[in-house]
Design a protein around this ligand. Sequence first.
Ligand code: BTN
Length: 272
Amino acid sequence: MNVSLSQFQPLNAHQIKSVLDPVCLQRLEKLDVFDSIDSTNTYLLQQSRAFQGLGWACFAEEQTSGRGRRGRTWLSPKGTNIYFSLLWQFSQQDVSSLSIAVAAMIITALKKYGVTQDIKLKWPNDVLFSGRKLAGILLERSGSSVVVGIGLNTILPAETADMLEGHSIGLVEITDAPVDRNYLAGLLLNELLNGLFVYAQQGLSPFLNTWKNHDALLNQSIMVHTPEKIFTGVMQGINEEGELLLLNESHQLQCFRYGEVTVRMSSPSRDR
Ligand code: BTN
């Protein structure tokens, strides 16, 4: 692999916007690109109360306190990966299946970028390539707004890759070419500006097929870790609400709205 950090393209608001469809551009009130910030999610959560528009996007070259799901840290070294959040106003209250829809939107953006094979989704919303984590999603609600945060690995510096013990992968390892970050960032933003609009009107159903066609856990023996208990069984896919379906050892079908999944009889896949 010949791609080095020196070939890295800085993020640029004008270039990102040039990728957007006119209708998506209209839905975007603001787009910020920061050299360094604590967390793009934290920043937009702070702006959400006063925000009157529909969408506000924020990218950063570095996050000093990047956050992952379940209170984890999201390692965010400078000028390498994509750290991106979108603040979006929702009029409806129930957005519980949104993370499933957003995962499907990322798949669509990656396919448009040219990553067509071996991308899978691990419920609820980890994006994997050949079993290694390529992207993660952190959704946070604030009043009638939601902040959708996406971390997508493009180049993992050796030190970061070591800290993640080989569980994560960067896009350069997949494409073996310099990453056109502004194009990729534009594709992701465009997909979200389209997809969140569709989700607000139609819910999860337009995204279900994409999610189901990329299900990494289907028919696998898994453990679902909930705060109450660990459940074991065979994964049967997801239902119309995006809940995980588990056929347990008593041959009963159980639905899970939340929980963390590990695959049995292999090393548990780890979040970063
Ligand atoms: C996960 O744990 O898988 C979710 C990771 C989400 C990371 C992104 S990076 C941009 C945004 N800002 C944050 O602090 N977190 C999200």
